[in-house]
Design a protein around this ligand. Structure first.
Ligand SMILES: Nc1nc2c(ncn2[C@@H]2O[C@H](COP(=O)(O)OP(=O)(O)OP(=O)(O)O)[C@@H](O)[C@H]2O)c(=O)[nH]1
Ligand SMILES: [Mg+2]
Length: 360
């Protein structure tokens, strides 16, 4: 399972445009009333060099699932509100990509007459908060019978839910509540949308516009949140995504960029979620796997196959850089660059691994 992200924001802030840029799709822009969903390959500049070494029959990149929902209007989230339904589509995502309009253009209709990232973020956050408060209330109601008959676990869960809900009512999104492990466990099944990590996307007029005051305002919000912000010109990027790969490179060069904004966005999403990629490679395939930073070797092996986790014996690891520098696994091994790692090894970004395990 790859990384799963949901695009949220006010109406007409540019979500679908950015969705199109990420997925190279051509989802309808105007009057979009439904959601869009796509799976895309995660670009990783290490794939090509690995292909040169292994000449594999196939390549399996990491994937990113993106969900694009229509804009959340102020006050649209309530008991039977449309916002509640929309947010239901992003309950399962790993992270929110919160798009904020940071470009001024009187020709493009918007919810408000001016651009104000702080207002916009607070407005959307409030919708998340209302939805979560409702979800918690439902859970509290559901557990009330158990509480009445003296079920201690239920009582504790309800107490945690009440606490989170009280802070939500004060306007604090769950992600900013510093919930402890116990509280997190109590609310886990609720899939609170305001608990999900956020990556802010400043949608700007052009790539030269990264310094504008609205981008700075959004950056300050992201800093305060402990989140990251990426500035993207959704419109340009959507056009770039329609070009042939060589032309895309040419275009980026003209703009003086190393990588496309989408690559920057994905890197930032990886950082936000603490994700890393590792590889398995051979003549059959080069395969990119995603896991969490700090995952131990057996957990990483489990991404490939649960049997590999259960029967894990050891992991043979070559750092990507060593492999590229030395040109082959054999040369890396000869140079003493192939390590044998056990169950307590923390998988590192760029590890090229072979798993040894006891099959069932
Ligand atoms: N100038 C400019 N216009 C943009 C940019 N991004 C989006 N737009 C325009 O803004 C309008 C709204 O964009 P959408 O991508 O449909 O916005 P959305 O957030 O998906 O809107 P809803 O789905 O209705 O909530 C369209 O007319 C886009 O062409 C941008 O970077 N620059
Ligand atoms: Mg849209």
């Amino acid at each position: 399972m790859g990384l799963n992200c949901g695009l949220i924001g006010l109406p007409s802030c540019g979500k679908t445009t950015i969705y199109n840029a990420i997925t190279a799709a051509e989802a309808a822009i105007y009057g979009a009333s439904e959601m869009n969903r796509a799976t895309v390959n995660v670009p990783d500049p290490r794939i090509q060099p690995l292909m040169k070494i292994y000449k594999p029959l196939k390549v399996v990149p990491a994937t990113l699932d993106v969900v694009d929902i229509p804009g959340l209007k102020a006050g649209s989230t309530g008991v039977e509100g449309r916002g509640t339904k929309l947010l239901g589509h992003v309950k399962d995502v790993d992270a929110m990509l919160h798009v904020v309009r940071c470009f001024e253009d009187k020709n493009i209709p918007f919810e408000y007459d001016n651009i104000d990232p702080k207002r916009d973020v607070e407005t959307v956050d409030l919708e998340l908060i209302v939805a979560d408060s409702q979800t918690l209330q439902n859970k509290i109601k559901r557990l009330s019978k158990k509480v009445r008959v003296g079920d201690k676990d239920a009582s504790r869960e309800v107490a945690d839910c009440e606490k989170v809900r009280a802070s939500l009512e004060e306007g604090v999104p769950a992600r900013k509540q510093n919930l402890n492990e116990h509280e997190l466990a109590s609310v886990r099944e609720c899939h609170l949308v305001s608990l999900k990590p956020v990556l802010y996307i400043a949608n700007i007029k052009s790539i030269e516009d990264v310094e504008n005051e609205h981008v700075k305002a959004l950056q300050a919000i992201a800093d305060d949140d402990g989140s990251e912000m990426v500035a993207i010109c959704g419109k340009d990027e959507a056009e770039v995504s329609q070009l042939e790969p060589e032309d895309q490179q040419e275009f980026l060069k003209e703009l003086g960029l190393q990588e496309s904004s989408i690559e920057r966005l994905i890197s930032a999403a990886y950082r936000t979620l603490g994700l890393v990629n590792f590889f398995t490679a051979g003549p059959k395939e080069v395969h990119v796997w995603t896991c969490c930073k700090g995952d131990k070797a057996p957990t990483a092996a489990g991404k490939i196959h649960t049997d590999m986790e259960k029967g894990f014996i050891r992991m043979e690891v070559i750092r990507y850089e060593d492999l590229i520098e030395l040109g082959s696994e054999a040369a890396a091994a000869k140079a003493g660059k192939q390590r044998i790692e056990g169950k307590t090894y923390d998988i590192q970004d760029g590890d090229v691994v072979v798993i040894r395990f006891n099959p069932k």
